[in-house]
Ligand binder design. Sequence first.
Ligand code: SF4
Ligand code: SF4
Length: 372
Amino acid sequence: MPHCNKQMISFFLTTRCNLRCVYCYNSKERAELEEKSLPLEIAKAGIDEFFANNKSRHIRFYGPGEPTMEFELMQQITIYARQKGGNAVTTELQTNGAFSPKVREWVLDNLNIVWVSFDGTPDIQNEQRPFPHKKPSAPTIEENIKWLYANKGERNLMVGARVTMTDLNVNHQKEMVDYFSSLSIKYIWTDPIFPEVKKRPVCEDNDREEMYHIDLEGYVKNFIEAHRYAKQKGVFYGSFLTCNFDGEAKINCRACTPVPHLTTDGYVSACDMALDGENACHMDCFIYGKWDEQNKKFIYFEDKIKALRNRNVDNLVHCKNCIAKLHCAGHCLGEVQNETGNINGQIPSICNAVRTLYKELGACETYNYLHP
Ligand code: SF4
Ligand code: SF4
C-alpha cells in the first residue's frame, strides 16, 4: 500500500520538548522560543471536518516538540475523536519515548501505533538524542518500551522505532536490528538525516548541507544487508527511500491529497516539515488553510491545494524514464522543497540511492505499518 494511502489527521501538539537532540531543527534556539500548543477548539473543529470529508478515522500526534508534553491535550483530542468516530478511530503517536509512567499507562490503553524516535544502540542514542545537559536518554526509553511490551497483552498496539540515520549509525545497522529486536521491537523505519528547515532553502545555504552530511552510498549498502538480515529474524527493516516500494503510486505521499496537519499557530499544513504556518518561509507552499478565529471555521487556499495535487510523477520531467518512477513518485516533496526551493525539483544523490535500492530489492509485499 503506497505511502499516499496513509490518510489521517495529524495534530502538531506543541513546540515544547524534553530532549535536546543534536540535529533538532531548533536545538539551540529552543530556549528562546515562545512555547505554543495547539488550541483544543481548533483540534476539535479539525476532527469534525476531517471525519465529514474523509473515510479515514486515523488520528496522529506529532511534533514540532514532543507531543506527550501536552498529555492532557492529547487525551482530550482522543476522547473527542472517539465521541465522533466511535470504535473506528485508530490512533498513532510519534514520540521521543522519554515519557513518564503515567503517560505510558495511558499509551498502553489508548494508542494503536507508537513510533519511537530512537537512533540505535544506547551509545548512539545518548550521543544524538540526550536529555538537557547531555544526560543519557536510552535507559528511560528502553524501560518504557519494555514495559509497554510486557503489559500489552491482547491490545492492538505496535511500538516501533523510527531511526534518524547519520554518519554515526550508518555502519551499525545490523547491530541496530539486534538491539531493537532484544527490546521486542519488530518494526523499524530508518530515515537518512535531512537538513533542518530554516528560513531559506538549503540550496541557498551551503553550511547546512555540510552540517547534515550523510554517506548515502554507505547507508544504502549497509541498509540492504541489514534489511535482509532483519527479514531472516522476522523483523521489518525499512527505509524512507523505500516507503513506496510496496505498491505503485503517482503521488509520493499524503501531502498531495492533501490531508490536514494542524499547526500550533492555527494553520493547516500538508506536511510534517511545514510546522509553522505564520513563518513558513520557503515551505509556505504546504500551508493550505487557516483557522478563522472570528467565524470559527477553516478557510482554505485553493491555489495551494491545486499545486499540491498537481505534484504528480507524470509532471516531473526528471522522473520520466526512471526505473523507480512508480515506486518513488518523485520523492518526498517536503525534502525536495526544503533543499531545492522547488516542489518539482530533484535531489540527485537521493535519486541514485532510490534507484540502487530498487534494483537490489525491487517491489515488495504490502507493509503492515506504513512509514510514520
Ligand atoms: S515530510 Fe515528505 S513524506 Fe512526509 S508529509 Fe511531508 S512531503 Fe510527505
Ligand atoms: S528516483 Fe528520482 S527520478 Fe526516480 S522517481 Fe524518484 S525522484 Fe524521480
